[in-house]
Design a protein around this ligand. Structure first.
Ligand SMILES: *[C@@H]1O[C@H](CO)[C@@H](O)[C@H](O)[C@H]1NC(C)=O
Ligand SMILES: *[C@@H]1O[C@H](CO)[C@@H](O)[C@H](O)[C@H]1NC(C)=O
Length: 653
C-alpha cells in the first residue's frame, strides 16, 4: 500500500514536471520573435536561444494528406523538433502555367496544399526546413521537374534563359505562399535550402545566385543553406551567401571535419543522414542494421551536430511518380525506383514504428540539452485484411482504347511530351499506344524499333499480345525493355491483311539524378519503327494517362476472361458506413505479373512480380462507404482474385 502511494506521488511529481515543460514554440517564441536561425557561433541560435536541429524528412507529396497530422505527430513524439520537406514542382505546376496550392481544383489539389502541411506542422509543435529546389532529386519523377519543360530546348539546373524563365514564373507563385509561413513572420519555417546537392551538377554559380535573388525578392528572409556531400567542397554553394551543410550516413567526424574547415566557428549540420535506402525493381529490399544506425546517429548527435534524417518516413511514390537512375547517355542502364518508398525508415511506409524509431527517441531524450514537452507516440491502429475479392469486370485492351477521348492522328510518331493535349503541356505519365490500322503483314515479317525504348513495350496484333510476358529480370535484355539497342520481334507466321498493330509503351519513371536530359518517353526522336525494311508512318496515338475522372467514368464492364493479357480487371470492395473511417491495408500482388493498381480512381502505384515490393499500401482514407472500385491494369497475366495483407511484403528477387 505504502509503495503504491509513493509510486502515485512519484507519478504526480513526474506528471507535473512534464506538464511544466514548455512546448517548442513556448520555449523559443514565448517572449516574442526578434530573429530567426542564426549561424554566427558554434551552436545554432533560434530567436537568440541555442538550438540543435533534430529534424526528420517527411514529404507531404508522398503521404496521403489525411494522414499528414498522424505522421507529423509521430515525428514530434520521437523527440525531433523539426520536419524537413522538399517542394515538388511537378505537384504545384502540373500543366504549364496551371498552379496548384490547394485551391485550383486539379487532381493534385490536396497534395498541392503545402500551406496546410506547414500549418499542421506548427500545430504539432514542429519547426520546418523547406527545400524548394527547383530540382529536388528525391527519387521522385525527374527530380521534381514537370515533364512539360521537355517541350522546349533548355539546360535544366543552369542559368539557361529558357529554363530560368520557367523557374522564375514558378518561384514567383510558390515563394509568396511559403513566405507567409516563415519563422520571423510567426510561422514554422526556419530555413530554406537552395537547389540540391549542386556540387554534383554543373557548377553554374550564376544560376545559384539567380535562385538566391528570386528567393530574397519574393520575401524569403530566413537562413538560406546548401547541402552536398562533403567531398564537393564549396562547388555546390555560395560561400558567405549560403550556409553549408553536409550529407552522409556514417563517419560524421569526416564530413563535419570538412565543414569545420569551410566554416570555422559555425554550427555543424548534416542535411541528409541516411537511416535506410530506396529500392529499384529487381534489387533486394534495402535494410540497415538498427545497431549500425544507432552508433552512426549517436556519433552525429553527440559530436555535437544538428541532423536531418533522410527519410524519417518515406511514404509512397503513388501514381506514376517514382524516379529512376540511369548511366550517362542512352537508356541502357535504366533502373526504376519502386512505388514503395518505405526506405527502411524509422517510420514505415504505413506509419508503423520500426526499431530505429525507439533508438531516436532514446538518444534524443539523452542528448537534447533543451527539454520540451514531448507527446507520447500515438497508438497504432491495426490494419485490416479485407476479404479476398473475386474479379467482377474486365475491359480488354481494345475496349480500353475505345473509351479514350483524346487520341491523335499523326504522320510521324510523337513522344508523350510532344502530344497536343493537356492545354499543350503534353502527356506526363502513364502509358501510350501507337496504333497502325488496316495494314497488311506478310508471314515472317519483323517489327524493329531503333534505339533504346523508353521504357517498356508490348506489341499487340489485332488486339492480342504477341510480345513475351515478363518472366524475370533477364528479360530486360530482350525485346520489350530498355537495355537493347535496335530491338526486333517477329510479328506473325501467317499472312495478315487489314491488321491492327499496337505498340504500347510505358513511362516507367524519369531519371531523378545524374544525366537529366533526354527524358522523353514513348517513341522519342531516337525511335524509328520499321515493318521489315519499311519505316511506318500514319499513326493513331492514344495517351493512356489514367486520369481520375476518366477512370471513375468507366462503365459497361465486360465479364472476366482470365486468359487475356493487357486489360483492366475490376473488383469491388463493399464497406458499411463507419463513423471512424476505414482501416489501412495492403493489396497483395504476388500472384499478378506487372501493372498498376487503382482504387476509387487513385493510382496506388505499380507492381512487378520480380519485386522486391510485393504489396501496395492502401491508405484507409482512400476508402469509402459502399462500393470501392479496385481496377488493376495488368500487362501480362492476371490472377483470379484480389487479396489483402496486413503488412508490406518484400521478397528477394
Ligand atoms: C542501330 O541502328 C542504327 C541505325 O538505325 C545503327 O547506326 C546502329 O549501329 C545500330 N546499333 C546496333 C547495336 O546494332
Ligand atoms: C475526356 O474525358 C475526361 C473524363 O470525363 C475529361 O476530364 C477530359 O477533359 C476529356 N478530354 C477531352 C480531350 O475531351
Amino acid at each position: 500500500m505504502g509503495r503504491n502511494v509513493l509510486a502515485f506521488h512519484l507519478l504526480l511529481a513526474l506528471a507535473s514536471c512534464v506538464a511544466d515543460l514548455p512546448t517548442i514554440y513556448e520555449y523559443y517564441t514565448g517572449d516574442g520573435i526578434t530573429s530567426g536561425l542564426g549561424v554566427d557561433q558554434p551552436q545554432f541560435t533560434l530567436n537568440g536561444k541555442e538550438i540543435f536541429i533534430y529534424s526528420g524528412a517527411i514529404h507531404y507529396f508522398r503521404v496521403p494528406p489525411q494522414l499528414w497530422r498522424d505522421r507529423l505527430r509521430k515525428l514530434r513524439a520521437a523527440g525531433l523538433n523539426t520536419v524537413e520537406t522538399y517542394v515538388a514542382w511537378n505537384i504545384h505546376e502540373p500543366r504549364s502555367g496551371v498552379y496548384e496550392f490547394g485551391e485550383s481544383g486539379t487532381e493534385l489539389q490536396d497534395f498541392g496544399n503545402i500551406g496546410r502541411f506547414l500549418s499542421i506542422a506548427q500545430e504539432e509543435d514542429l519547426l520546418v526546413i523547406l527545400r524548394p529546389g527547383p530540382y529536388i532529386c528525391a527519387e521522385w519523377e525527374w527530380g521534381g521537374f514537370p515533364s512539360w519543360l521537355l517541350r522546349e530546348n533548355m539546360r535544366v539546373r543552369t542559368s539557361d534563359e529558357t529554363y530560368m524563365k520557367y523557374v522564375e514564373r514558378y518561384f514567383n507563385q510558390l515563394l509568396p505562399v511559403l513566405a507567409e509561413y516563415q519563422f520571423t513572420n510567426g510561422g514554422p519555417v526556419i530555413a530554406f535550402q537552395v537547389e540540391n546537392e549542386y556540387g554534383y551538377a554543373d557548377g553554374d554559380k550564376v544560376y545559384l545566385q539567380q535562385l538566391v535573388d528570386l528567393m530574397r525578392n519574393n520575401g524569403i528572409v530566413e537562413l538560406l543553406v546548401s547541402s552536398d556531400g562533403a567531398s564537393s567542397g564549396t562547388s555546390g554553394s555560395l560561400p558567405g551567401v549560403l550556409f553549408q551543410t553536409a550529407n552522409f550516413g556514417s563517419d560524421p567526424a569526416a564530413s563535419f571535419g570538412v565543414l569545420e574547415q569551410l566554416q570555422p566557428g559555425q554550427p555543424l549540420m548534416c542535411m541528409e543522414f541516411y537511416p535506410g535506402w530506396p529500392d529499384h525493381w529487381s534489387e533486394d529490399h534495402h535494410t540497415t542494421d538498427p545497431s549500425a544506425f544507432r552508433s552512426n546517429y549517436e556519433a552525429t548527435v553527440s559530436y555535437p551536430g544538428s541532423v536531418n534524417l533522410y527519410m524519417f518516413h518515406g511514404g509512397t511514390n503513388w501514381g506514376f511518380m517514382n524516379g529512376a537512375n540511369n548511366g550517362p547517355g542512352d537508356n541502357s542502364a535504366f533502373q526504376a525506383i519502386t512505388s514503395s518508398y518505405d526506405y527502411d525508415a524509422p517510420l514505415t511506409e504505413a506509419g508503423d514504428y520500426s526499431p530505429k524509431y525507439d533508438i531516436i527517441r532514446e538518444l534524443l531524450a539523452q542528448y537534447n540539452p533543451v527539454k520540451t514537452l514531448t507527446p507520447d507516440p500515438p497508438e497504432l491502429v491495426e490494419r485490416e485484411v479485407y476479404p479476398t475479392l473475386a474479379l467482377d469486370g474486365q475491359l480488354i485492351f481494345n475496349d480500353i482504347l475505345a473509351r479514350s477521348n483524346d487520341s491523335i492522328t499523326s504522320d510521324t510518331t510523337l513522344s508523350m511530351e510532344q502530344l497536343p493535349i493537356n492545354d499543350d503541356s503534353g502527356q506526363s505519365y502513364g502509358y501510350i499506344t501507337y496504333r497502325q490500322e488496316n495494314i497488311d503483314i506478310a508471314a515472317g515479317s519483323t517489327l524493329t524499333i531503333t534505339g533504346h525504348v523508353r521504357d517498356t513495350v508490348m506489341i499487340l496484333l489485332n488486339g492480342v499480345l504477341i510480345s513475351n510476358r515478363l518472366t524475370g529480370s533477364d528479360d530486360f535484355n530482350d525485346f520489350g525493355y530498355w537495355r537493347m539497342e535496335n530491338s526486333t520481334i517477329t510479328l506473325t507466321t501467317e499472312d495478315l491483311t487489314g491488321a491492327t498493330l499496337d505498340i504500347v509503351i510505358e513511362n516507367f519513371g524519369r531519371v531523378h539524378f545524374g544525366n537529366l536530359y533526354q527524358q522523353f518517353k514513348g517513341l522519342t526522336q531516337d525511335n524509328r519503327v520499321y515493318l521489315n525494311d519499311q519505316e511506318l508512318t500514319s499513326w493513331v496515338i492514344y495517351p493512356m494517362q489514367f486520369h481520375k475522372d476518366w477512370i471513375n467514368g468507366i462503365t459497361d464492364w465486360n465479364p472476366v476472361d482470365l486468359d487475356y493479357g493487357p486489360a483492366f480487371y475490376k473488383a469491388t470492395l463493399t464497406l458499411e458506413e463507419s463513423e471512424d473511417g476505414y482501416r489501412d491495408s495492403f493489396i497483395d500482388m504476388r500472384t499478378w505479373n506487372k501493372g498498376v493498381v487503382i482504387v476509387n480512381g487513385i493510382i496506388l502505384g505499380r507492381y512487378v512480380f520480380i519485386g522486391p515490393q510485393q504489396a501496395l499500401y492502401l491508405p484507409g482514407p482512400y476508402l469509402q462507404a459502399g462500393d470501392n472500385e479496385i481496377i488493376i491494369f495488368e500487362q501480362f497475366q492476371p490472377a483470379a482474385e484480389v487479396k489483402f495483407s496486413k503488412d508490406s511484403i518484400f521478397n528477394t528477387p
